[in-house]
Design a protein around this ligand. Structure first.
Ligand SMILES: Cc1cc2nc3c(=O)[nH]c(=O)nc-3n(C[C@H](O)[C@H](O)[C@H](O)COP(=O)(O)O)c2cc1C
Length: 186
């Protein structure tokens, strides 16, 4: 597949088939991630491939946060458990973290590199007939979510990447052409 085809074909996939993702598929995705551009080759990314129990625990942490916004505790528990079960059922869930840096410039560059690593995962997944959904949010710094993924104290989770065989591929979302955001200077 041409790179541009993968770029054009990539979508955020919210529904996956039940087809399990193999260890070698995940390794291929992560090998591509580790080839991302990275200033000073700090290789700041860490990848946590969550098994069913870890996914459930991460989902419980997320569900608990959602449940707190509901007034009815019974509905809250239902919501929490549904979110946890949905996470357990995911074919593959990868938490991507970066090692924290005291240096603000390095911290920013390392975050950017980790996001480029994630884009590599997303594009190679398309080439392999798989789909991804990148997810972020304040849950990533919740101690329960961090504990579920098992991230080290000196790291922060920068995104969750769900991977699987797409059950359906959404139509592309309308976007402005690059020319609308481009100025040719000098
Ligand atoms: C850094 C980042 C964080 C994202 N976080 C979320 C998220 O928390 N929840 C979600 O549903 N989608 C999330 N997305 C997916 C975007 O919503 C999605 O890329 C956007 O709607 C465009 O759709 P497309 O990816 O299918 O082109 C995130 C994407 C990026 C790049």
């Amino acid at each position: 597949m041409q790179t541009i085809e993968a770029i054009r074909g990539r979508r955020s996939i919210k529904r996956f088939t039940g087809r399990p993702i193999t260890k070698s598929e995940i390794e291929a995705l992560l090998d591509a991630a580790a080839l991302a551009p990275n200033h000073r080759l700090t290789q700041p990314w860490r990848f946590y491939v969550l098994g069913p129990n870890a996914r459930h625990a991460y989902g419980l942490a997320l569900g608990e946060r959602k449940a707190r916004k509901l007034e009815d505790p019974v509905r809250g528990r239902e919501l929490r458990d549904n979110v946890a079960n949905e996470h357990r059922a995911l074919p593959c869930m990868i938490a991507v973290s970066v090692v924290k840096s005291e240096n603000p410039e390095t911290a920013e560059e390392d975050y950017a590199a980790a996001m480029m690593a994630i884009e590599n995962i997303a594009l190679v997944a398309v080439d392999m007939g798989l789909g991804t959904h990148i997810k972020t949010g304040s849950v990533m710094s919740d101690p329960a979510a961090r504990g579920a993924a098992g991230v080290a104290e000196n790291e922060r989770i920068v995104a969750i990447v769900n991977v699987g065989e797409p059950a359906d591929v959404p139509l592309p979302k309308p976007r402005e052409p690059a020319s609308a955001s481009t100025r040719w200077v000098g």
